[in-house]
Design a protein around this ligand. Structure first.
Ligand code: DX5
Ligand code: ZN
Length: 220
């Protein structure tokens, strides 16, 4: 298994100083920067758009892992690519033509991720895994930070791990939602190598970010 990497969700950052917060998690050793985009339609919350991503881009060289909770999503792909995303993740539930959406992401030259809500099986991976650089297993129903981890998703993480190993492809297995010091070990054991952590990274303020991420990696 690959070393565990951490993608702090900036949804839990102080939005009044996002640039500073992104520099702080960079300095504290984050691997990716996880950016949650919510449209008030696919999920019951509204967060940030491509202009915010663009304005954060100069603040760090870290990978921008952009999680689009948007439907329909196709008409926003190019804008998020142009804004400086490195990985663009869409939901399997975001529309009837996910294959086309993934083609659009690939056409921008960015990496493509596919996310699964807690109630969604992984079946469509049969036909899509060859297009993917990242698989995201949601361990909460998306919409808000700070929710509780849904234990039934551990089985799905294990299945995603098996599918990735069988594919022989270099695919990140990301888990998002309720990942904290208690649940991280279970998620890692199930086969995840990329943990999204919002509240667990940002709790305690900037002085704690490095310590929090080390604890999530199991380093302390
Ligand atoms: C959930 C978002 C997550 C969320 C994670 O809708 O996709 O990225 O912010 O927050 P925590 O880690 O606090 O559950
Ligand atoms: Zn997310």
């Amino acid at each position: 298994q690959k070393p565990v990497r951490i993608a702090p969700s900036i949804l839990s950052a102080d939005f009044s100083k996002l640039g500073e917060e992104v520099r702080a998690i960079d300095a504290a050793g984050c691997d990716y920067v996880h950016i949650d985009v919510m449209d008030g339609h696919f999920v019951p919350n509204i967060t940030i758009g491509p202009d915010v991503v663009k304005s954060l881009r100069p603040h760090t060289q870290k990978i921008f892992d952009v999680h689009l909770m948007v439907a329909p999503v196709d008409s926003y792909i190019q804008a998020f690519a142009d804004a400086g995303s490195d990985i663009i993740t869409v939901h399997a539930e975001s529309g009837p033509h996910v294959h086309r959406t993934l083609q659009m992401i690939k056409a921008t030259g960015k990496k493509a991720g596919l996310s699964f809500n807690p109630g969604t099986p992984l079946d469509c991976l049969d036909y899509l895994i060859d297009m993917l650089d990242l698989i995201l297993v949601m361990s909460v129903n998306p919409g808000f930070g700070g929710q509780s981890f849904i234990p039934s998703q551990l089985k799905k993480i294990e299945e995603a791990r098996r599918r990735i190993d069988v594919s022989g492809r270099e695919i990140d297995l990301q888990v998002d939602g309720g990942v904290n010091m208690e649940t991280a070990p279970q998620v890692i054991t199930a086969g995840a190598d990329l943990l999204v952590a919002g509240s667990a990274t940002f709790k305690g303020g900037p002085d704690q970010y490095a310590t929090n991420m080390k604890a999530l990696r199991g380093e302390s």
